[in-house]
Design a protein around this ligand. Sequence first.
Ligand code: ZN
Ligand code: ZN
Length: 352
Amino acid sequence: VTRPDRLVELMGGKGLDSLLVTNLVNVRWLCGFTGTNGACILTPEDRLFVTDFRYVERAGEEVEGFEVVKGERDLLADLAARLRGRAGFDDAHMSVRAHGKLSEALGGSTELVPAAGLVEQLREVKDEGELGAIRAAAALADGALRSVLERGLAGRTELTVARELERELRERGAQDPAFPAIVAAGANGALPHAEPHDVEIGAGQLVVVDWGARLDGYCSDCTRTFATGELPGEAVEVYELVLGAQEAALEAVRADADVSAVDGVARERIEAAGHGERFGHGLGHGVGLEVHEGPRVAKTAEGRLAAGNVITVEPGVYLPGELGVRIEDLVTVTEDGAEVFSSLPKGLTTID
Ligand code: ZN
Ligand code: ZN
């Protein structure tokens, strides 16, 4: 069953006669178009892709399973003319202005119905081609970090290491880093979204490195925390705690597992060690065309994992003013467990 066919099935379940897909990531996933102005319209009978003259040629090469329609540069009138009945639109992404123009251009018999999340729901389960792209992105990213680590950590600045890592990702064929690389030593590592600073990494510190590659549109995401020499006992304890929690949670990943229960496996261990308050984010998130997508794996999330989901498993403990440890693997969910894409060892590793 094709992606558009599955989407039309979901539309039926929501009582929609037509669906307008405007988010460009969703458009790409649905029909293959990688340009910056285009939208899909689906009805049970039709699959239309509307773009303007600048992209008609590209669409001819890229778009599959949709009839390419040339519209004006502002596509709204062309889109409005092709919607009908109860027409779903992406209320999570469409601007109020675009919504206003669209409703004005619609005939009286067409009603705009909020329908965000339908394509995102389908994107959560990856096919073999997508898994291959993500696996390759992860391997590329791991190779890039390995080569950067050969040049050491201590005595260089966080910013230097982060920039080198990003350069290495590109040199190895990534389109881009999947997100700005994080290199955060000592107390800076205690900020879960730390930005690399222009400060020298010291000896005897923990250094959080969170990085990913984008390859063929698909992202990878991984974190390792390294030591730069002998650590105080507390730092080693926190490291071992996070590692134990990460491995236990990984064991709990399988198709049909409840997402909050998988989060709970790591969280309970960290809570039992008295650091529950220091693990302030969810266990993980989906990864695909976007580095953060569904499913969310967190205490407050609902639902169950499905075979073909690609998620991160990334518990962390952050002691403000002191240190942070996060260990993140990228995995795909299988019927009876998980295939781990990240290949770098997780035991405490010293990089001088
Ligand atoms: Zn990450
Ligand atoms: Zn992540």
